[in-house]
Design a protein around this ligand. Structure first.
Ligand SMILES: Nc1ncnc2c1ncn2[C@@H]1O[C@H](COP(=O)(O)OP(=O)(O)O)[C@@H](O)[C@H]1O
Ligand SMILES: [Mg+2]
Length: 365
């Protein structure tokens, strides 16, 4: 049985499309990242920060993204020679435009109209995965841990799976049927991307070369390390509402620093915060397995290895799972679970009252 998963993460760098085969074992049979049209990407990024006329802009972007996801899934399936009728369902995460688990009441908003995806593709579409967990008292995030557990349970010892997207999250996998845990550790690429865009007008610091050319500014690093989210115990989740260019500027206030030194400090802070989470909450982990775009940042990986000293650092690719497709594939699997009326949240991870069947189903053709 084939399922399609689609995901646009907080980085807004592209639409990840993955086909997951659900049999005795799970396998990703095809995957690609489709570039987002520039105007759509800009409108999604603009919606992530408060500004005027949000409802109209949200309505338009919701429809446009839904249409684009539907068309992209059709085009990808055609390219791969997979007939739409072979796909049981599409699981779509949507684009997060707000995530406020600490608000009263807590809320989270993902857009990318699933009605349009079902209409364009004719395939059953499952969407809106996070809000049921929140309704049950959870953070609505992270959801990936259950999928990581299905794929990467260690035969011995303990493994930490780290997804370095815009935000970074960790899944802690003990051996056998030990309890899975997981949480957002803080920024992934978000701060480094924001500073690269702000100073150099490039979307990201390729391979971390700019950061590697700078020197860590100790005073800035000390300020960053005082971050209240990083110091908070799990369950916890965060978003780009917290980790954006304004966060970097506020931390730099009153310091005269070369831009490359700021970038080096942001990379150091990011690597340190991920490693600190593992060292504190998964101290027995012998392996740290990385997925997401941040694994391509050679300098960040080097600093992560330094801070997670004594643990083996590898990528999910080395374990047979494309690290760019994993999050999209998770939502393909969640769509399968929704149709089977099986839960997709891990209550100990999100803080929800219990396991819940997540998402709504939008009938295809
Ligand atoms: N070669 C590279 N060097 C440094 N960073 C990279 C590289 N390739 C991708 N990235 C980073 O990965 C990010 C995208 O990661 P991704 O896992 O798609 O995040 P998200 O889930 O937030 O969309 C980019 O914004 C960039 O910061
Ligand atoms: Mg992405």
């Amino acid at each position: 049985m084939l399922y399609v998963g689609v995901m646009t993460g907080t980085s807004v760098d592209g639409l990840d499309v993955a086909v997951l085969e659900v049999a005795d074992e799970l396998s990703i049979v095809a995957a690609e990242t489709v570039p987002l049209p520039a105007t759509l990407a800009e409108s999604l990024k603009a919606l992530a920060v408060p500004a005027d006329d949000e409802i109209v802009r949200l309505g338009v972007a919701d429809a446009r993204l839904g249409e684009f996801i539907g068309e992209s899934v059709c085009a990808s399936l055609r390219r791969w020679g997979i007939p739409g009728k072979d796909v049981r369902a599409i699981g779509t995460h949507g684009q997060t435009v707000r995530h406020h688990p600490d608000a009263e009441p807590p809320f989270t908003v993902q857009i990318g109209d699933p009605n349009r995806i079902a209409e364009v593709t004719g395939i059953d579409t499952v969407a809106d995965f996070r809000r049921r967990d929140m309704a049950a008292g959870g953070e609505g995030a992270p959801l990936a841990p259950l999928f990581h557990a299905a794929l990467f349970r260690p035969r011995s010892g303990m493994r930490a799976i780290v997804n370095i997207g815009g935000i970074a999250n960790v899944t802690i996998l003990p051996v056998g049927s030990g309890v899975v845990s997981g949480f957002d550790t803080g920024p992934g690429n978000a701060l480094m991307d924001a500073w690269s865009r702000g100073c150099l007008d490039v979307p990201f610091d390729r391979d971390g070369r700019w950061a590697a050319a700078g020197n860590v500014a100790q005073e800035l690093l000390t300020r960053l390390q005082d971050d209240p989210f990083i110091r908070r115990p799990p369950p916890k989740s965060t978003g780009k509402e917290t980790y954006h260019l304004g966060y970097v500027r506020a931390a730099c206030a009153g310091l005269a620093l070369a831009p490359a030194d700021v970038q080096a400090s942001l990379a150091e802070f990011t690597a340190w915060s991920i490693a600190a989470a593992i060292n504190c909450w998964a101290s027995e982990a012998s392996e740290v397995v990385v997925c997401g775009g941040g694994r391509r940042n050679a300098y960040l990986m080097q600093r992560l290895a330094a801070h997670a000293a004594g643990r083996q650092l590898l990528t999910t690719d080395a374990l047979g799972f494309d690290g760019d497709a994993l999050e999209a594939a998770a939502f393909a699997w969640f769509a399968h679970r929704t149709l089977q009326r099986q839960p997709s949240n891990a209550p100990q991870v999100t803080g929800a009252e219990g396991p819940r069947v997540l998402g709504g189903v939008y009938a295809g053709g």
